[in-house]
Design a protein. Sequence first.
Length: 377
Amino acid sequence: MIFDTLHDLLMVVRLQKQVEPLDLKGVLLRPASPLALAMTRRVPSFDTWSGRVLTVTVDHGENAGFVQARWRTGLPVLDLLCIAPALDAQHGAAWIWHDLLTELVRVGGARHVQRLFAHLPEARHAEIEVLRQAGFAIYAQDRLLKADALPRTLQANREWRPRTSRDVWGLTQLYHEITPPAVQQAERLHVSHSGAAAADDSVWTKYAGWLRSNRNAYVLPGETLGQVRGYLRLTEGEHGYWMKLVLAPEQMGRADTLLSQAMSLLPMAMTDPIYADLRSYNDGLLPALREAGFEELTQRILLVRHTTASLRIKAVVVNAAVQSVGETVPTTFCLDDVTAGRSLAKEDCFDQTTRRNHRRYRPVARHHATPCAGSVE
């Protein structure tokens, strides 16, 4: 079995009906039960999720829970998928969440994970607060929109072309131009050739944002060679399509035309809905999306948790002049014998009290994951 014990398997079966989803994109495009996700390690034919899901469980006796996260392709990043039990399903679930997330950070850090991301509807105030208490921070907000069908009339595509490796520089410039510094900091990663976290000369910067993927991606070329003024990605799922559209500020006046050409790249005979996410700092596209038949489903809060992934750091050679330390000048401050005795007694008492206060029970936590730090999407 995929879990260490049969008890873990029964726990997931029992709690999967009380799960709190943390990844709306996965729920809408490729829904899968927590049990099926946990078993993908042993079911190679389940291609969509195979080898990409990490499951962590905690057991407090009657109070137990699990959390699942997915490796983001080629990056030291985990996206939270779900957590159980839900806050309104069991008394004390917030404490279980805290222990689960703490253990997930520890397990992820051991596997060189640098970021954990979670997306929650804006109305889920209690869930967002628990994640913040567990070390997550809000770094952005977006809108989730849905169109039930393609518009009746679409303009033929004349400007969008498939993305290639030559567009990396132009996309990076566009990303820095329109993305706020706080979001860049949350999505900035430092990886080595092996994909793990590192801090030596072989490191380069990657971003966990929209510019990372080449699959089903298109770019809007600029006027000069290598310049990119727009990005489009169309992701096909089992129950719909997901569209990611980003435009440079000067292209917002042509948003209707560019959106129509982008949607013409979708199959004309499709009957599934189309979803789109729009960051708050790119709201200039909102009127064009509404004109094309998109309606807002919800607003999402985007959270990130930094881990303590191990880094390979070069040893620092201390200068010999710094190593030599001269004679210390004695202080003129002194205590009489009685005051000194009282101070020592207080320090001894404080030390004993601190040791008692730091004793706490930690529940047994188990994780189940593949040894790799990423897999092909």
